[in-house]
Design a protein around this ligand. Structure first.
Ligand SMILES: Cc1cc2nc3c(=O)[nH]c(=O)nc-3n(C[C@H](O)[C@H](O)[C@H](O)COP(=O)(O)OP(=O)(O)OC[C@H]3O[C@@H](n4cnc5c(N)ncnc54)[C@H](O)[C@@H]3O)c2cc1C
Ligand code: FES
Length: 288
């Protein structure tokens, strides 16, 4: 079979080599992965589905950056269970079995005379980065808010500072920035008279819910990225169905970003818990 600079190992098989790996905080790593066809087409807010090895499961991962010329995509992976742990055990030079993408719709970004806010928690801080850069390209004023339990768990702060006009940090224990949650930082912006016209929040479901609860009475357009259970990522299997504005949507195909004021979060939480026992079994099986 023809080989294009070591990237194509057969007509359809690519190498998806890990080119860089960096620990950002305990159990959380930044990766640069060779994926030239995906890197050419990516847009802010999209994601990929990754399978680490031939026997592995597929997991969705947000894209936190890419270089179309070098054919590289960047992801951040937090060890949550079997598959994320398997990838985080891989090293530079190792190859992932499959990386499928780009998947999902691009983030919703439009010109505003106010301030756009992006809020990240955990891997979500990387996920909001491309959207922050899109706001900047449009000439919008953009403020980033990053939250974590403690200073050592904050991710991608320097990268977000480079993309935003200002970045506010929040920690639950007050070790740096505002003591409390990302909503406290958002409240501070509003109290300081900043005209917030849109919010994108990506992170744990309780965080996205809290942001939506705060912005709804203020009529601030709020987008959330739904981390629903996904299997194929193309709208075929139905695993990622979510209720938005009373309609059934597929998070992989219609999202992952949705109008947070219309999302049925209670249903999302219920569906996320559907496979807890199986996930425990899978982790135990590979830990033996
Ligand atoms: C659009 C999207 C983007 C995401 N981006 C990132 C990212 O950039 N970095 C990151 O670390 N994580 C990301 N996640 C979450 C990540 O996909 C899950 O942590 C991962 O699937 C866990 O799999 P596991 O086998 O390691 O753990 P498991 O033990 O299988 O599960 C641990 C937790 O992850 C959730 N989960 C399990 N399988 C899936 C699945 N196929 N799809 C969605 N959630 C699942 C479960 O609800 C469970 O709470 C994203 C999820 C979605 C839907
Ligand atoms: S993951 Fe299968 S329809 Fe969305």
């Amino acid at each position: 079979m023809e080989d294009a600079g070591g990237i194509l190992t057969s007509k359809y098989k690519q190498s998806f080599k890990i080119m860089e790996k960096r620990e950002l905080c305990p159990d959380t790593f930044f990766y640069a992965i060779e994926a030239p066809f995906i890197a050419k087409k990516l847009e802010a807010g999209q994601f990929v589905i990754v399978r680490p090895n031939d026997n592995g499961e597929r997991i969705p991962l947000s894209i936190c950056g890419w270089d179309s010329d070098k054919g590289i995509i960047n992801v951040i992976i937090m060890s949550a269970g079997r598959t994320s742990g398997e990838i985080n055990a891989m090293n530079v030079g190792d190859c992932l079995a499959d990386v499928v993408g780009p998947l999902g719709e691009r983030s919703h970004v439009e010109k505003t005379d106010g301030t756009a806010v992006v809020i990240g928690g955990g891997y979500g801080t990387g996920a909001v980065l491309p959207t922050a850069l899109d706001h900047k390209k449009l000439g919008n004023k953009i403020v980033g808010i990053v939250g974590a339990r403690s200073e050592n768990l904050l991710l991608m702060v320097d990268e977000l500072k480079a993309a935003c006009d200002d970045v506010l940090l929040t920690t639950n224990d007050g070790s740096i920035g505002i003591e409390g949650f990302v909503t406290h930082a958002l409240q501070k912006l509003i109290d300081d008279g900043v005209k917030v016209t849109s919010v994108l929040a990506v992170g744990p479901v309780p965080m996205m819910m809290a942001v939506c609860k705060m912005t709804e009475p203020l009529s601030i357009k709020t987008w959330v990225s739904l981390n629903a259970i996904m299997v194929d990522g193309t709208g075929m299997c139905g695993a990622c169905r979510v209720s938005v504005g009373g309609e059934t949507k597929f998070a992989c195909f219609h999202g992952p970003d949705f109008d947070g004021h219309k999302v049925n979060f209670d249903e999302l939480i219920k569906r996320q818990k559907m496979f807890v026992e199986k996930e425990k079994e899978a982790l135990e099986a590979v830990s033996k």
